[in-house]
Design a protein around this ligand. Structure first.
Ligand SMILES: *[C@@H]1O[C@H](CO)[C@@H](O)[C@H](O)[C@H]1NC(C)=O
Ligand SMILES: *[C@@H]1O[C@H](CO)[C@@H](O)[C@H](O)[C@H]1NC(C)=O
Length: 444
């Protein structure tokens, strides 16, 4: 992979001027094994086969390694004892089975270096690969370490990976180990509570075979430290497998700017549409955002004037715009709105799509999967069924639930509570993807 992976670099933008150590060999001596402090809460407690802490530098940052990780290609961490402990004890993600590695292969792609190409029909929803980071470094350490010390500890860390993993690491874009991390890493928040202090940079050497496309056929997500890629539509033999390095629901000029910030020209099919098609695409993106905001806004005002078709229209626009990697929140919202308006067939259809899309985009543990399963299995028994969102004046009295059999009508407080619940839920879904992306940007 010879291109940047900018999505993950946002935290590093200010590093550009950081002094870089020279790669030269005048400092062949290994870094002295610093007398590291064993007071870290979990020092020395990592479960086998984890090794370390060994080399400790700048504060509490030490080297840890797991020779058996990534199918014996090894994993190295440069981090604090606490984060090492977190990483070493994350539950194994066993629920998804990746496809056999001979289903796709690396091949030269015109203008892009190498990329993955499907060797057979890969069906929508198939898990392409799941990997642990080969090389994971605490962002603070990557930023703060003295360049010459860093160069050395990075070399030592790299030497603990298998030959194959080392070769893959070194074949990535970037001049020197540090630059390769800058240009190819994914940002990973280790602390499950989301504490930003726990931001790490992870390099997944096998993942570097995915080139960028603004309308990718593969979605990726990182759960704890596991990187999972899933096909979001059928991929035919000979087609390239792509992921998006940026948030794709944006106008072409915005997407190109974001990619340029990281030094590369967007030449994907969506960026090279003719001017008519580009105008149509940009207009659709604008309308998608407008409609999402409208739904969110109406939901926040008690759902007045919401129309059931709004949910379906959004889904159609997402599909037309080929936003196959971002469908889950849209399907969830459409299913709930149709259920709310008592359209059983549509609610069921979208709930079924939602279950699949949630599984692809967020994994089998996704929060809303259970609720969408229940909705698909028994629309009329679902809490959202037939809720008429009413105007404020009537709210107290006319809360009407249930055209379904055996449904109680709920009035007063219980009803109002349910109404709040559905409003929050749909309102949130409506803005979720956009908000998530904005939040990500705000983190910079
Ligand atoms: C991620 O790690 C946390 C903490 O170990 C754990 O509670 C959670 O279940 C993990 N998530 C998944 C999907 O395994
Ligand atoms: C709800 O049920 C009560 C009796 O339990 C009935 O008086 C009332 O009209 C019903 N409300 C609606 C909106 O159906």
């Amino acid at each position: 992979m010879y291109q940047l992976r900018p999505l993950l670099l946002f935290s590093l933008g200010f590093l550009v001027t950081a002094v870089r150590g020279d790669n030269s060999a005048d400092s062949k001596n290994a870094i002295p094994d610093v007398n590291f402090d064993l007071e870290g809460e979990h020092a020395g407690e990592l479960p086998s086969p984890w090794e370390g802490p060994s080399h400790c530098v700048s504060g509490d940052h030490c080297l840890y390694s797991n020779p058996e990780g990534n199918d014996h290609n090894g994993q190295v961490l440069i981090t604090t004892s606490n984060y090492a402990y977190f990483t070493a004890t994350f539950p194994k993600i066993t629920s998804e089975t990746q496809i056999s590695p001979d289903s796709f292969h690396l091949a030269p792609i015109p203008g892009k270096g190498n990329g993955f190409v499907a060797g057979r029909l890969i069906k929508k929803g198939e898990v392409i690969m799941q990997r642990q980071p080969s090389f994971l470094v605490h962002a603070d350490a990557h930023i703060d370490m003295k360049p010459e010390v860093q160069e050395k500890i990075y070399q030592i860390a790299l030497s603990k990976l298998s030959k194959d993993a080392q070769e893959k690491f070194l074949s990535q874009f970037g001049d020197g180990v540090r630059a390769k991390i800058d240009k190819n890493s994914f940002r990973i928040v280790i602390d499950p509570s989301g504490d930003k202090e726990s931001g790490h940079l992870g390099v997944f050497v096998d993942v570097s075979g995915f080139n960028h496309d603004c309308r990718p056929n593969v979605h990726y997500r990182i759960t704890n430290t596991t990187h999972t890629t899933v096909a979001v539509r059928d991929i035919h033999p000979g087609d390239e497998l792509t992921i998006s390095y940026i948030y794709g629901i944006a106008r072409r000029s915005t997407r190109q700017k974001e990619l340029q910030d990281w030094g590369f020209e967007c030449t994907c099919s969506q960026c090279t549409l003719n001017s008519l098609e580009t105008a149509a695409s940009d207009a659709r993106v604008k309308e998608i955002k407008r409609l999402e905001e409208e739904i969110e806004d109406k939901m926040s005002r008690r759902g007045e004037d919401i129309k059931p078709e709004m949910g379906g229209k959004l889904v159609d626009m997402y599909l037309e715009e080929k936003l196959f990697a971002y469908l889950a929140p849209t399907y969830v919202r459409a299913a709930l709105i149709y259920s709310m308006f008592g359209n059983e067939a549509k609610a069921k259809e979208y709930a079924e799509e939602a279950v699949d899309a949630l599984t692809r985009e967020y994994g089998t543990h996704a929060k809303d999967i259970q609720s969408m399963r229940e909705l698909a299995a028994d629309v009329k028994g679902h809490w959202s069924w037939g809720i008429k969102v009413v105007s404020e004046e009537k709210e107290q009295k006319t809360w009407k639930l249930g055209q379904g059999k055996g449904k109680k009508n709920e009035t007063g407080e219980a009803g109002a509570k349910k109404e709040r619940k559905i409003r929050e839920k749909i309102g949130k879904k409506a803005g979720k993807t956009v908000k998530e992306a904005k939040a990500k940007k705000d983190e910079l």
